[in-house]
Design a protein around this ligand. Structure first.
Ligand code: NDP
Length: 330
């Protein structure tokens, strides 16, 4: 029977999410990959439990994570039931709806019908009465924003989620409107999930990061390792057990061309000089930004979880180091 490490909270970093009362572990574990039915359950379970032992309290899911869609939530539900049920109050569990989940007009986007039905399905799959954070996964260009935000707010009022968040709302004007609506409805936006890493600066360029800082909304960054590129994974070759070799539709060979590899090598040298692995430096860089409360990693093995959590040991960068990173990625 699983018994968590007694020292799991010793010297671990928890950051306040915006101006809320909630603190998140600086490192959060995402279940997008490696938790579906196509992967080995024992490996998924081992990663989740090792993460909890190492002070990761936040686990991020979505209705469509798998494959097949729904299977990551089901497998996570099994881990919860078999191993973590006694620790529910130590966990922050999030899920989302917004991408295609079931056929017909009610299984996608942002209608009230879809969001409420989808969360009910997610709760059943995970065997939960409530999730801690429920996200709208992506903006819906057709449904009135007010309807989507009202559904999120009503979900909190019904007790099926404690907080709500937005994901992939990159347009600052849209994000600001959504924050305002949620605030007026008495259910302030807790957190925004965005892609952000040393290579991907869209949120800086489009002004979203500045807005989130001004509005004091918590930011959690996904794919902080650029799906594995910002690690030592591809420095020599394409490992057989890598995401790239698995034929993932989300990571292609052309994403790792010679120009990218050269930058990765230079960043890797720099990380060594800081006594960090490249993964640790990439996560530390994200965590050094004041509005980022947590980085949302994916892992395929326990050793990666162990490597990533050590990123919090050094999250400060000198001006010279920051400039060097900019020179490398330019
Ligand atoms: P990352 O950028 O963290 O990439 C994860 C991959 O990096 C792993 O699968 C692994 O690759 C490699 N890796 C991880 N740690 C190490 C390490 N220490 N050393 C070497 N390689 C390492 O994130 P993801 O793209 O997986 O996204 C993370 C989470 O963010 C998702 O699970 C999900 O919860 C969330 N997300 C949200 C989205 C949204 O729309 N809201 C979109 C995408 C993600 P390998 O498998 O090859 O070993």
């Amino acid at each position: 029977m699983y018994s968590p490490a007694p020292d799991r909270y010793d010297n671990k970093v928890f950051n306040r999410c915006g101006n809320s009362g909630l603190k998140l572990s600086a490192i959060s574990l995402g279940l997008w990959h490696n938790f579906g039915d196509v992967t080995i359950y024992d490996n998924s379970r081992a990663m989740a439990l090792r993460a909890f032992d190492l002070g990761i309290t936040h686990f991020d899911l979505a209705n469509n994570y798998g494959p097949p869609s729904g299977s990551a939530e089901r497998n996570w539900g099994r881990i919860l039931k078999d191993d973590l049920s006694a620790y529910r109050d130590e966990l922050i569990i999030s899920t989302k709806a917004g991408y295609t989940m079931w056929p017909g007009p009610y299984g996608d986007w942002g209608s009230r019908k879809y969001l409420i039905s989808s969360l009910d399905q997610s709760l059943k799959r995970m065997g939960l009465e409530y999730v801690d954070i429920f996200y709208h996964h992506r903006p819906d260009p057709e449904t009135p924003l007010e309807e989507t935000m009202r559904a999120l707010s009503d979900i909190v009022k019904s007790g099926k989620a404690l907080y709500v968040g937005l994901s992939n709302y990159y347009n600052p004007e849209l994000a600001q409107k959504a924050y305002q609506l949620l605030r007026e409805m008495g259910t302030p936006c807790l957190i925004q999930q965005v892609k952000y890493n040393i290579f991907d600066r869209r949120v800086e360029q489009e002004g979203l990061l500045n807005l989130q800082e001004k509005e004091d909304i918590g930011v959690i960054t996904f794919s902080p390792l650029e799906k594995g590129i910002l690690t030592n994974r591809y420095l020599k070759d394409i490992p057989q057990d890598s995401r790239l070799a698995s034929g993932s539709p989300f990571l292609k060979e052309q994403d790792i061309n010679n120009d990218v590899l050269e930058k990765v090598r230079l960043l890797n040298d720099m990380a060594s000089q800081r006594n960090q692995t490249l993964a640790q430096m990439a996560l530390a860089w994200n965590l050094s930004k004041s509005s980022v409360c947590s980085v949302l990693i994916g892992t395929s093995k326990v050793s990666q979880v162990e490597d990533c959590v050590k990123a919090t040991e050094n999250t400060s960068f000198t001006e010279e180091e920051l400039k060097k990173i900019e020179d490398i990625v330019r």
